[in-house]
Design a protein around this ligand. Structure first.
Ligand code: SF4
Length: 245
C-alpha cells in the first residue's frame, strides 16, 4: 500500500515498515506521526501575523470560526487602524464589532478583545513584551484570568506570540489522535497537552510546527463525517479506516 506525499511521491517500503504499532506510546511514535505530516506538507509557517499583537488578536478571533474569516476581520481591523494595542483600546465597541463581523459572535469577541487590550494597557502600560517576559506558568495563569481566554487561546498566544513552549491542542488534535488510537474521544484538553509535553522536549519550533501540521491534516483530510483516509499521510498508522473501506 502506498502513502502519498504532497509532492506526488510515495513513502518507501522501509518508511512504512518503521511505522510504530498501536499502543507503542513513545516519543518515537509522536515523531513518526510528525515526520509523516511534515513530509507531506513541509513547513506550514504558522502562525501568520505581522506583529505579536496581530497574533494575539488572531488567537482570540479564531475561536469557533474558520481562519479564512479571521483573515477578513484582521484585514478590516488593519484598514480601520485598530490593529495596534492602543488604538484598539481607544476604539468604540461598535467600531470593533463592525470590523470583526466575519468572525461571528462578534459582540462577544469584541468584549474579549477589549478585555485583553484593557489588561495590557492597565497592567503593563500597553507593553505586551513586558507581560511576555514572565515565566511561562505565570504567563499562562495570567492569560487564563482575562475574560474570554481559555486554555487553547492562552497556549496559542504563549507559543506563537510569546514564543514559549506550550503545546497547543484543539478539536482536530482530539479527533485525529483518537482515530489514531492514542486518545479516547473524551480526553480533556489538559490530558492531551500533558501527553505531548511529557514526551516531546520543550522545543518552540517543534511545538509550533506540530500544531500547524495537525491543523493541516484536520483541514484537508480528517473531517468529522467524511475523512479522506485514502489520501491521508497518516493512513498507515491509523485505526479509523480499518474495516471501513
Ligand atoms: S487516516 Fe483518516 S481517520 Fe486517520 S487521520 Fe487520516 S483522515 Fe483521519
Amino acid at each position: 500500500m502506498n502513502v502519498p506525499r504532497e509532492d506526488g511521491q510515495n513513502l518507501n517500503r522501509n518508511e512504512i515498515a518503521s511505522a510504530p504499532k498501536a499502543g507503542e506510546n513513545s516519543i518515537h511514535e509522536l515523531m513518526y506521526i510528525y515526520n509523516r505530516m511534515f513530509e507531506y506538507f513541509g513547513s506550514r509557517s504558522w502562525w501568520p501575523g505581522e506583529t505579536i499583537f496581530e497574533i494575539c488578536v488572531g488567537a482570540i478571533l479564531t475561536q469557533s470560526v474558520s481562519w479564512k474569516n479571521v483573515m477578513k476581520a484582521i484585514e478590516n481591523l488593519k484598514r480601520a487602524g485598530f490593529l495596534e494595542l492602543e488604538s484598539m483600546y481607544n476604539a468604540s465597541d461598535e467600531a470593533i464589532e463592525q470590523c470583526i463581523i466575519p468572525t461571528m459572535y462578534y459582540r462577544m469577541k469584541t468584549k474579549k478583545l477589549k478585555a485583553f487590550v484593557g489588561h495590557i494597557m492597565q497592567k503593563y502600560n500597553g507593553n505586551l513584551t513586558k507581560m511576555f517576559n514572565k515565566d511561562m506558568d505565570s504567563l499562562r495563569i495570567e492569560l487564563l484570568g482575562i475574560y474570554g481566554i481559555g486554555p487553547e487561546t492562552a497556549d496559542s498566544i504563549i507559543l506563537y506570540a510569546a514564543e514559549k513552549p506550550a503545546f497547543v491542542v484543539d478539536a482536530y488534535t482530539r479527533r485525529i489522535f483518537s482515530r489514531l488510537g492514542i486518545f479516547s474521544e473524551d480526553v480533556t484538553y489538559d490530558e492531551m497537552q500533558d501527553y505531548f509535553m511529557k514526551r516531546l522536549s520543550p522545543d518552540v519550533p517543534l511545538y509550533n510546527e506540530y500544531h500547524a501540521l495537525v491543523t493541516g491534516i484536520g483541514n484537508r483530510f480528517c473531517s468529522n463525517k467524511r475523512p479522506k483516509c485514502k489520501e491521508c499521510p497518516l493512513r498507515e498508522r491509523c485505526f479509523y479506516p480499518q474495516g471501513r473501506e
